[in-house]
Design a protein around this ligand. Structure first.
Ligand code: FE
Ligand code: FE
Ligand code: MG
Length: 171
C-alpha cells in the first residue's frame, strides 16, 4: 500500500473502500474475459474461425494486461485483488459466457456482449473517479479505450463473417 495514494484519494472525497471494491469487480471481469476469449479461440469452428481465433487470442492478452493494471492500483490503494478464482464469478459484473457453441459467429456475438458490458463498467468507474483520482482516471481511460476498440474489432469481424455491409450487421 502507498500511504500517500490512499491519502490523496480520501482527501479528494472518494470512499477508498468503495473504489477498491469497484476496481476488484472489474479485476474479476478481466480474468473471466481473459479466459472466455482464450478458450473461445481454442474451440472456434466454422466460417473464418481462424481469423476470429487470432483476434480473440490478441484480446485475451489485452484483458490480462487490464487485470495486471487493476491489481497494481488495488494494491497501491491498500486493497487485495481477488485472490481466488471462485471470487471471479461471484464479484464480476459481466459474468462468463462459456463457448458451448463453438461456432465462430456465436462466439463473436457473446464476446461483443461482454465488451459492451465492460464498456459500461469502465464508464461507470470513470464517472466515479474523474477529477478526483487522476491515477485511476488515467488507468480507466486507457482500459476503456481498449474495450471500445475490442467491441469495434469484433463487430467488424461479425460483418465479415456475415458477408454483408456494415450498415446491416453492426447490431
Ligand atoms: Fe478488459
Ligand atoms: Fe475487452
Ligand atoms: Mg483487436
Amino acid at each position: 500500500m502507498g500511504m500517500k495514494a490512499k491519502e490523496l484519494v480520501t482527501r479528494a472525497g472518494l470512499d477508498v473502500n468503495a473504489l477498491i471494491s469497484e476496481l476488484n469487480s472489474a479485476y474479476c471481469d478481466e480474468w473471466l474475459a481473459y479466459y472466455q476469449y482464450w478458450i473461445g479461440a481454442k474451440v472456434a469452428e466454422g466460417k473464418m474461425a481462424h481469423l476470429v481465433a487470432n483476434e480473440l487470442t490478441e484480446h485475451a492478452g489485452e484483458e490480462l494486461e487490464h487485470a495486471e493494471k487493476l491489481a497494481k492500483r488495488i494494491i497501491e490503494l491498500g486493497g487485495t485483488p481477488a485472490i481466488s478464482p471462485d471470487l471471479w464469478l461471484k464479484e464480476s459484473t459481466c459474468g462468463f459466457f462459456a463457448p458451448k457453441d463453438p461456432n465462430a459467429l456465436t462466439l463473436l456475438k457473446q464476446n461483443i456482449q461482454s465488451e459492451r458490458c465492460a464498456i459500461e463498467v469502465y464508464d461507470k468507474l470513470l464517472h466515479m473517479v474523474q477529477d478526483k483520482d487522476p491515477v485511476t482516471e488515467h488507468l480507466v481511460r486507457e482500459i476503456l479505450e481498449d474495450e471500445l476498440e475490442h467491441e469495434q474489432d469484433l463487430e467488424d469481424l461479425q460483418c465479415s463473417c456475415l458477408g454483408s455491409d456494415k450498415k446491416g450487421c453492426a447490431k
